[in-house]
Design a protein around this ligand. Sequence first.
Ligand code: ASP
Length: 448
Amino acid sequence: MAIKSPVCGENVKVVKFGGSSLADAAHFKQVRDIILADPTRRFVVPSAPGKRFPGDSKVTDMLYDCYTIAASGGNFDEAFSRITARYVDIIDGLGLTLDLSDEFESIKSAIRNHAGRDFAASRGEYLNGIVLAAYLGFDFIDAASVICFADNGTFDARCTNTLLSAELAQHKCAVIPGFYGSMPNGTLKTFSRGGSDITGSIVARASEAALYENWTDVSGFLMADPRIIPSPLGIKTITYRELRELSYMGATVLHEDSIFPVRFAGIPINIRNTNEPEAPGTMILPTSDEFDTEHIITGIAGKKGFCVVNIEKDMMNSEVGFGRKVLEVLEHEGVCFEHLPSGIDTMSIVLNETELEGHKDRIVSGICRTVDPDSVSIESGLALLAVVGRGMVKTPGTAARVFSAIANAGINIKMIDQGSSELSIIVAVAENELEKALRAIYEEFVRA
Ligand code: ASP
């Protein structure tokens, strides 16, 4: 009979806890209860302590402050003492006999000696990992030894996976701090903000986990932004691709880049709420044929700050190379576009307004020069709205319902784009009508 390695799929769940879940000793206790309730929760990825109350500071921000003060030659003793106090509070509150004074001293002197911004920021997770490992009785694995970045600062998946899976196989249970790793020369490097989500995903992949649980302070994703739609329904299941569509439009619970490692390995992610551990949260699956037949759509989201370049030319459709020439103008300017809906004699290029800044005139003149259009105009102040749902593919009439809901609300649609996957319908409206349009669609599909 084949003997499975200690790191093997169905016996492993990777659990990541965000900063708000580890902000103080009381939260550490909740976290321990959650972890110990399931023996397959073997690998734990913590963030640095987050805000304990509105107006409080995140330890990561406090570390960035220390770095900034030190970089300008200032004295950061006081700022640093506020950080050590956070950890001492947690340690005392948990009744641990853990003394981190040597760690504090060496971090302080490294920051003083210009160890780097990323080094400073990474210490929040590093110290929290040590405390959490001691509290759980788990091994501690320093992310610097197993999470690799290449010389150019990009994440090195291959090197990481080799080192990390070999290391995890040596441990029954371990804590691996999130957010950072190291470059080939040993310099520490962090992911972008919120990057512990990415570490969790990487650990899930390397341990071939059955599930990646991401514990935060909300019970998963909501069908819409609660600031626009009061008490929207939660999303029970969503696929990676649907999530990508919604995150692109600004629905943020999970770091965008954390999808790739687990998606590659087909591992589901479960978003859970540390303060409401019984709630099932949202399950993010590689694929799913099932959908909520009652509502059809999975979620809606919108984002402001777009503009559209409208190009018109008679017989455009029969002009070979027209699209390429137009896109070359953008490429030449180093500008990327978001959507490209086109008709027989028209082509529209939807861009992020900030992308266009400083390039507008050259883009218009470049298009005029290369394709000699009948007209080119730029319309600003647009919002994009995405209606996302795997159920739309199988349900005729969904697009019609989206458009009539918007029309019945008296809103003019400026552009429509349906991706080839039929997973989403993207609509552009005037920025000041975005909220109204989102409400109209939500009413149509959820409250109708
Ligand atoms: N502590 C880091 C941040 O505040 C990383 C994380 O929490 O995921 O961005």
